[in-house]
Write a protein of this length. Structure first.
Length: 156
């Protein structure tokens, strides 16, 4: 029988496969901390809203996950998201390693790790290939993503 926190991770990713952001958000504590190479520090409702925004905008989306492990305090999983990046019409296959911390049956910290340069090569094409490794382009990706989240939150 799987650890309850492993079941929590599995529930999170099964909901993600269905683009069910409400169920994903319900797996998080109210004060969750999320980070990845694009959204470097989201807390609380901002983290849940990021998933709501991504689910609402998803095109040609699929997700697989494996390697779910967890104990009372921490856990991990690997996941692969495939989707159409709407700004360029390019397909992205993003391979991610996730780490979690838990408290009171909820995810309190979620850190996703992936190669932002690899992502930018897929999403942006030649610009990403040539410049996606630079702090300037990576900073622009982060700024644009956060502006997109704020615009989505304002428009709901």
């Amino acid at each position: 029988m799987a650890h309850p926190n492993a079941e929590l991770i599995t529930r999170f990713y099964q909901a993600f496969q269905e683009l069910d952001a409400q169920t994903m958000a319900a797996c998080y504590s109210a004060d969750v901390q999320f980070s990845d190479p694009v959204f470097t520090d989201l807390r609380g409702s901002d983290a849940a809203d990021m998933w709501r925004m991504l689910a609402a905008r998803a095109q040609n989306f699929s997700l697989t996950f494996d390697g779910v492990q967890a104990d009372d305090q921490q856990g991990s999983a690997r996941w692969v998201a495939t989707y159409l990046f709407s700004k360029t019409g390019r397909t992205v296959v993003n391979r991610i390693q996730a780490r979690f911390r838990f408290a009171d049956g909820k995810i309190v910290e979620h850190r996703d790790h992936f190669d932002l340069w690899r992502w930018s090569r897929q999403a942006l094409g030649n610009k990403g290939l040539l410049l996606g490794w630079t702090p300037l382009v990576q900073g622009a990706i982060r700024k644009q993503a956060m502006a997109g989240l704020r615009a989505w939150q304002a428009g709901r």
